[in-house]
Design a binder for this molecule. Sequence first.
Ligand code: UDP
Ligand code: MG
Length: 309
Amino acid sequence: MLVSVIIPCYNEELVIQESYKRLTSVMDGLEHTYELIFINDGSRDKTYEILHQLSQEDEKVKVLNFSRNFGHQCAVTAGINHCNGDAAVIIDSDLQDPPEVIVEMLKIMEEQQANVVYGVRKKRKGENWFKLVTAKYFYRFLNNLSDVKFPVDTGDFRLIDRKIIDIFNRMEEKNKYIRGIISWMGYKQLPCYYDRDERFAGETKYPLKKMLKFAMIGVFYFSKKPLKIATFTGFISVLIGVLYGIVALITKLIYPYSLVTGWTTLIILIIFFGGVQLITIGVLGQYIGNLFDEAKDRPEYIVDEKINF
Ligand code: UDP
Ligand code: MG
């Protein structure tokens, strides 16, 4: 069996050499052949030079060099699109996902004929509380919104077989939420529990802005509930409006000459309904924006150079 290892890298000059060493020593211990596919996602540091060097010394090292930074999900997509393996592992370059777990994943896949073995994080070392809390609740929140059931506490660290790779390669979505798409496919998917380590060196390449964008794709590509919630809010607002209208009419009939009052009420209602309308339009806008992205039909990424392919 040929196992492809897919490793997205963005400004990872401090970790790549170590990742290469750890991965090689794990993969050399297996009875399978393997290839290491590094995707350089438009790094501005020495990542490219280091990868180039490694690819000259070891022909199992293959490199896809992007024309600019396209993002983690695009990098992983490129890796899956270009891999030749009978199975592929998606793993971060920063050694937060310990390469040793791959051995266990392969064992689960072989013994239980699984199509996907996904890593479930038991512990996460060296993450700040904000990331821990947001991640924990986000996955549960998404599960409530979506019709697809996603395993919680699971990232993209996983082993997938050729069947899954081939189906993935036919998926035409431009904004990919990879862990969601793979869950959506069905087949036999089994967990593999592991402790997530600290980043080996350097800092996270997922600032809050990228995390939010990623979360939005998860929500708006996997659920139509926001639209239903918007409609529901609309109905509630109409109901409040009608009830208040009745109260206002009755008051007017009973006290026809009362002074002009109700300025506060008026302002509150304008702000409230204005807000509801803006939020609803915003929700619609998200779906339209996503349609726009898909309709443009631009490639998800541009590979400038392929080495050892
Ligand atoms: N990454 C990437 N492109 C990006 C951001 C991140 O290829 O635009 C890679 C990064 O090099 C790492 C993986 O995606 O291998 C996960 O990123 P990171 O470790 O920074 O995220 P975190 O573990 O903090 O969520
Ligand atoms: Mg990381």
